[in-house]
Design a protein around this ligand. Structure first.
Ligand code: SF4
Ligand code: SF4
Length: 217
């Protein structure tokens, strides 16, 4: 799922300066599962913003709502008419973009969009994919070097690997993990295979209309 986390409150307050009535809009899909954009998080953020803005002498009214998905226009079309002069989205970047395209008022992000992740436990996700557009997981035993290698190296490991750990010290070396898993699967020869340069153009499709099955160009 798309993993998100809240922005700092002072950054949000700065974005809302000059507005008088703001709609906080959650998203009941990924952002709610990430405990960042559901009903409870919308209500908590409204309380925090009321306090933060009144302390700064700002007069802003806040109202809240949650859409099932912010990234699909039919849910936006079904929004109840309310008076507001800005929207603060508690959705991912795609939700903010869709709301901004469909609204007459400015739309601001309350969250940072981090990565596509897999659940590790309650409200905990590990980054597994950065949506590069050219997936190599078939060659790398399902471990993404773009995302899990600190340098995004495609033919690792680099010289900094130390006893299986990345030289940054915050993670196992992705390429050691790839080697171990390929070995366990009896296809370690894949490790020595040269990977042609990736075609990163597929990861930069912003603004294109990828209509058709699966959205493929
Ligand atoms: S290779 Fe690209 S598409 Fe595949 S998991 Fe990694 S970032 Fe995602
Ligand atoms: S040590 Fe491994 S994970 Fe860290 S940057 Fe080098 S190749 Fe990537």
């Amino acid at each position: 799922m798309v993993v998100v986390s809240p922005k700092r409150l002072d950054e949000i307050v700065r974005m809302l300066a000059g507005h008088t009535r703001v709609l906080l809009l959650g998203c009941n899909t990924c952002a709610a599962v990430a405990l960042a954009g559901g009903d409870r998080e919308v209500e908590t953020m409204i309380q925090s913003l009321r306090l933060a803005t009144s302390r700064r002498g700002m007069t802003i009214g806040f109202i809240g709502g949650v859409l099932q998905r912010q990234c699909e226009p039919e849910y936006i079309d079904a929004m109840e008419a309310e008076e507001y002069d800005a929207i603060l989205s508690l959705g991912c970047g795609a939700g903010v973009a869709m709301l901004a395209a469909e609204s007459d008022v400015p739309v601001y992000p309350a969250l940072n969009t981090l990565f596509i992740g897999a659940a590790q436990g309650f409200a905990s996700w590990r980054a597994e994919c950065s949506a590069c557009g050219t997936c190599v997981l078939g060659d790398t035993a399902g471990i993404c070097p773009v995302t899990r290698c600190a340098k995004g190296i495609m033919d690792g490991p680099c010289g900094g690997v130390n006893e299986g750990q990345c030289e940054l010290g915050d993670r196992p070396c992705a390429w050691v993990e790839i080697h171990e898993r390929l070995e366990a699967q009896g296809r370690v020869e894949m490790f020595a295979r040269e990977h042609p340069p990736k075609d990163d153009s597929l990861g930069k499709l912003a603004g294109l209309d990828l209509s058709g099955p699966g959205g493929a160009p």
